[in-house]
Design a protein around this ligand. Structure first.
Ligand SMILES: Cc1cc2nc3c(=O)[nH]c(=O)nc-3n(C[C@H](O)[C@H](O)[C@H](O)COP(=O)(O)OP(=O)(O)OC[C@H]3O[C@@H](n4cnc5c(N)ncnc54)[C@H](O)[C@@H]3O)c2cc1C
Length: 463
């Protein structure tokens, strides 16, 4: 443990509005848990920060005592980057708040908010911010890595809708980053992850979204090659208001699904059309006629309901291991490999998703934000999940061997938020030409690499 004896935790507790949790405290084991139950780290201290002043205090304590720091937003990161061994966890979970300005069409969210918080706040105003597909995910981590989901094709990545962020930097100072203040920092945090500081609040542009036409359509696994070929052509040309991600899955044995399909291996498309029911039905008519689904659950659905549709399947506390890539094209050879691994889907939690990142997201320049892969069509993620720690090796092996086979058919890098701890080369491959600029910004705002529990971009040496 780092300088354990010298830390004045008593003064720290007294200085904080939020809670300080240490080994031995009743809450400790609960507070160090993250969403992925495969992660079992034991921090020296957990500071549940109630406000910006608490975050400044926590940063100063860590600097003074040479403590490693991790930043915890929603705790969803599969690599467990919200928690660290022996160091200080800056836990932003008490900073869950939202404020909608309906006139301006904006929403401010505290650094520890979840997407459920944001959707809850914006929906009554008929507004939504593009985010992910599970509502318990943190606004912090998802936004800073990029943020993709049902509204990406229509309104861009989450970062494309970020107007400003407030941060506590490594030296404990507080800054705002936007298009006209600390522009280099604003550029870097739009894709560069938690490398640059603790974001205490985010200001987003919201869009008029209320009731979508969406949900899953399922087909037998053997139909996947023809569905994938159709989908590939369709999504390249589809108007921005249509989104569909492709999935391999096993049908959950729940009441929403007919019993004869329970646990069957199938392929699916999960739709989200934001152009109204008539246009949606017209857009979906070709696939419904050409390849009638075995199960069609697609119809009008309030945005927050679509956003949280999969939450019950994925409660916190499961084992997660995933591998990712960006994809430009799905060749017939790749389809064959997908089919081999889909046949081996280990259980009803494990899956493979192809999220489209074209449409509006692709019309932002490659170097306009830190997110480099504006030319990719999909972000692919191979997800091994199981409730039982005893099956850990099975899901890891499946995800790794699936990825090993498909990686040569990818664009090279991956979405940083879909990566485990995979080393510097993978991070470099994911930022491509933007990497050196990120390292330069890092050297300006965090020259000692204080914030390094993340998909780390070390500061450049030649500043
Ligand atoms: C079930 C599930 C579904 C997902 N679906 C999607 C999806 O549809 N789309 C998508 O884009 N991603 C998705 N993700 C990936 C998700 O974006 C990442 O896991 C992300 O890191 C989660 O953010 P968090 O705040 O919950 O994570 P945490 O574990 O709390 O934090 C992860 C890292 O993010 C950084 N961070 C978090 N908050 C802050 C902050 N306020 N200031 C500075 N740094 C911060 C830190 O570096 C931290 O180490 C999903 C993840 C899961 C587990």
């Amino acid at each position: 443990m780092e300088m354990l004896e010298t830390i004045d935790t008593q003064s720290f507790r007294a200085a904080l509005r939020g809670q300080v949790i240490e080994p031995g405290d009743a809450d400790y084991d609960n507070a160090r848990k993250v969403y992925n139950a495969m992660i079992d780290r034991k921090p020296r201290l957990i500071a549940r920060c109630a406000d910006v002043a608490d975050v400044m205090n926590a940063v100063c304590l860590a600097q003074k005592n040479g403590l490693t720091v991790s930043i915890r937003g929603g705790g969803h990161n599969a690599a467990g980057l919200g928690v660290c061994d022996d160091g200080l966890v800056i836990d932003l979970s008490p900073m869950r708040y939202t404020h909608v300005d309906p006139k301006a069409g904006t929403v401010r969210a505290g650094g520890g908010s979840t997407w459920a918080d944001v959707d809850h706040a914006t929906h009554p105003f008929g507004l939504a911010v593009p985010s992910g597909i599970i509502s318990s995910t943190g606004v912090g981590g998802l936004t800073l890595g990029g943020g993709m989901g049902h509204l990406t094709r229509r309104y861009g990545l989450t970062i494309d809708n970020l107007i400003a962020a407030d941060l506590v930097l490594a030296d404990g100072s507080f800054v705002t980053a936007n298009e006209w203040q600390n522009e280099d920092l604003f550029w870097a945090i739009r894709g560069g992850g938690g490398n640059f500081g603790v974001v205490t609040s985010f200001l987003f542009r919201a869009h008029p979204v209320h009731t979508n036409y969406g949900g899953p359509m399922l087909w037998p696994l053997e139909d996947a090659p023809k569905i994938l070929r159709w989908y590939q052509d369709f999504i390249r040309e589809a108007p921005d208001e249509v989104s569909a991600f492709f999935a391999f899955l096993r049908v959950p044995p729940g009441p929403h699904f007919p019993e004869h399909l329970h646990l069957q291996k199938m392929c699916a498309m999960v739709w989200c059309h934001t152009g109204g029911p008539e246009k949606a039905e017209a857009a979906l008519r070709p696939i419904r006629e050409m390849f009638p689904p075995a199960l069609d659950l697609c119809g009008p659905i309030p945005h927050p309901a679509l956003q949280s549709m999969f939450d019950p399947i994925y409660p916190p506390g499961l084992q997660w291991y995933w591998k990712a890539d960006f994809i430009n094209e799905i060749s017939d050879r790749a389809i064959n490999l997908h089919m081999q691994h889909a046949q081996e889907l280990p259980n009803m939690f494990s899956t493979m998703h192809l999220y489209p990142v074209n449409g509006a997201a692709a019309r932002v320049g490659k170097s306009d934000t830190a997110w480099s892969y504006r030319d990719a069509t999909w972000a692919q993620v191979i997800v091994g999940v199981d409730p039982d720690p005893a099956n850990r090796d099975i899901i890891v092996k499946w995800a790794k061997s699936y990825w090993d086979d498909l990686h040569p058919h990818s664009a090279g890098g991956a979405y940083v938020n879909f990566m485990m701890d995979e080393g510097e080369d993978r991070v470099k491959a994911s930022y491509r030409d933007n990497y050196s600029r990120l390292a330069t910004v890092k050297s300006r705002y965090d020259p000692a690499n204080f914030f390094r529990v993340n998909q780390n971009v070390p500061p450049s040496r030649d500043r």
